[in-house]
Design a protein around this ligand. Structure first.
Ligand SMILES: Cc1cc2nc3c(=O)[nH]c(=O)nc-3n(C[C@H](O)[C@H](O)[C@H](O)COP(=O)(O)OP(=O)(O)OC[C@H]3O[C@@H](n4cnc5c(N)ncnc54)[C@H](O)[C@@H]3O)c2cc1C
Length: 319
């Protein structure tokens, strides 16, 4: 664990994340950290904008006055990336790449614990700027149409008394498995590696305890080859030549939707699946903020994301 307590930890090095980082540096808040899941900043722009794309300042004709310290004008994809690369160098901002955050928890001392797959970081304020493009990872084999309703990527559809297979070897898979047992389901946890290498000690101990005392069935070194519809259930064919029938499958093999991520951090979501936050972009969890597309009322844009960064940092610095 990294024992340093950052003043501000920013999740995501997209437009709003980088805007928060630059505005913080301009306010002389130096003790910040940016965690980014991909291997470079502006992953959305790199991946989803076509090469040579024109980047409009007033995107879709929404005219936005930029109120912060970062100017922005009509440009191209390449020039936009170069412009922000220079700003990162100028303000000495070095995001920690390949660091996908899974969860944020506020501990009893009012400090945020931010968990990536392999590390835990501490911070006084956290800004979530993960955009809207996140999706759960899906398996390579086919999921037959008839069973798509019972093949899930979160716990939203789960009830009680079902025979459920959870697939994955990370903390989410572990937490899904034991919380489903608490909800009176019968649970098998399957992971293709021979041991859990990506879960924290607490989760590993809980899994062992649930295996010993609460009937959790753990299948290690066991991959899934295919799925087959079996009336209203699913027949799972494993690599060890076994097959078993389940009421429901839950995949926890990385990636997540932004809404699931926010729920996992304890943020309240309204009936339209949008996060609830106040005029300072602060959520129900004090010190936990949202910026960018996640906090845009309709459609987000680069200019809107830049403004969010300025407003949040201004508010944090005054507090
Ligand atoms: C095809 C397309 C064209 C567009 N054209 C324009 C335009 O011309 N002009 C304009 O103003 N706007 C345009 N937009 C909109 C603009 O790109 C978005 O509004 C802007 O990128 C939003 O910024 P953001 O910071 O909220 O999210 P993003 O830019 O999506 O950044 C999110 C970042 O968070 C990272 N991340 C995600 N999950 C995690 C995690 N768990 N842990 C750590 N990091 C994580 C991602 O890898 C990413 O780098 C366009 C959008 C698209 C899709």
């Amino acid at each position: 664990m990294n024992k340093e307590i950052f003043d501000i930890l920013i999740i995501g090095a997209g437009v709003s994340g980088i805007s928060c980082a630059i505005e913080a540096k301009i306010k002389n808040i130096d003790n910040i950290l940016v965690l980014e899941k991909s291997d470079n900043f502006f992953d959305t722009i790199r991946k989803f904008y076509k090469d040579g794309k024109r980047v409009d300042r007033n995107w879709k004709n929404h005219i936005v006055d930029i109120i912060g310290n970062i100017d922005f004008f009509d440009s191209t994809k390449d020039d936009t990336l170069k412009y922000f690369e220079n700003l990162l160098a100028k303000h000495n901002i070095n995001p920690l790449y390949n660091s996908e955050v899974e969860k944020v928890i506020k501990n009893s001392e009012n400090i945020f614990e931010v968990y990536s797959k392999t590390q835990k970081f501490l911070a006084k304020n956290v800004i979530i700027t993960i955009g809207k493009m996140g999706k759960p990872n899906k398996p390579d084999y086919k999921i037959p149409l008839e069973i798509q309703k019972i093949v899930n990527f979160n716990l939203d559809s789960c009830t009680k008394n079902e025979n459920i297979l959870v697939i994955g070897g990370g903390n989410s898979a572990a937490e899904y498995a034991y919380s489903l047992i608490d909800d009176k389901n019968s649970v098998t946890l399957a992971y293709r590696q021979k041991s859990f290498s990506r879960i924290n000690e607490t989760n590993e101990n809980i899994l062992k305890e649930y295996e010993r005392t609460k009937g959790l069935n753990i299948k290690l070194g066991c991959d899934i080859l295919s799925l087959e519809a079996c009336e209203t259930k699913v027949n799972v064919h494993f690599s060890n030549k076994e097959s078993s029938i389940f009421d429901r499958l839950i995949y926890a093999i990385g990636g997540t939707t932004p809404t699931d991520f926010l729920k996992n951090c304890g943020i309240q979501i309204d009936e339209y699946h949008k996060a609830i936050f106040d005029e300072n972009f602060e959520t129900n969890v004090k010190g936990l903020f949202l910026a960018g597309d996640l906090a845009a009322h309709n459609e987000g844009s680069i200019a809107i994301a830049l403004n969010h960064g300025f407003k949040i940092i201004d508010y944090i610095s005054k507090r």
